[in-house]
Write a protein that binds this ligand. Structure first.
Ligand SMILES: [Zn+2]
Length: 173
């Protein structure tokens, strides 16, 4: 439940929390089942003494075409929630990593049919620098990369040799 906070009366912590909640529900433009908070793109939301809300976002990779759109959407979400003096800053360092995707976010990706990023496993294939990607549908590790680029530059296209289903792998690092 989102608590209704009077922006002018509320304490700084409550305002900050309300602003975070408003920004956190913004969906990723490329994969709308996950939010910018699930992906770890939304880094922080702060309220300055004069009431300006500053949201900080880290793009999934430099040059990602969705970055500007995400900044715009976060700004609009904050303004729609009543934070008229809001601004969004892009933070490039430290660089975004797939480690920032929450467990909840990974599960949502899987349910959507996108294999979430995998940590390099210690299997034989990993020794050759190949990441073992598990099929999001049947969980099989018997998958093969069809192409380096899937429906967006952030994804690679894979096929499961166990269940024969094609799927996208979220590969941005
Ligand atoms: Zn499969």
């Amino acid at each position: 439940m989102v608590e209704v906070v009077d922006i002018k009366q509320g304490s700084n912590a409550k305002v900050r929390q309300a602003a975070w909640l408003a920004a956190a529900v913004v969906p990723d433009p490329e994969i709308p089942v996950v939010t910018v908070a699930d992906l770890g793109i939304l880094r922080s939301v702060d309220v300055s003494a004069d009431g300006t809300v500053v949201a900080r976002v880290t793009p999934t990779y430099s040059g990602c075409p969705a970055t500007q759109l995400i900044e715009q959407m976060v700004l609009e979400a904050l303004q729609a929630a009543g934070f008229e003096n809001a601004r969004v800053e892009s933070v490039l360092s430290p660089a975004w990593t797939t480690d920032w995707i929450s467990d909840d976010g990974k599960e949502k990706l899987r349910q959507f049919g996108i294999a979430p990023p995998e940590k390099t496993s210690n299997s034989k294939r990993a020794l050759f620098g190949e990441t073992v990607v598990h099929c999001p549908r049947c969980g099989s590790a018997e998958t093969e990369r069809v192409s380096e680029f899937g429906s967006t530059p952030c994804k690679a296209h894979y096929r499961c040799t166990a269940c024969k289903e094609p799927f996208d792998y979220f590969k941005c690092l």
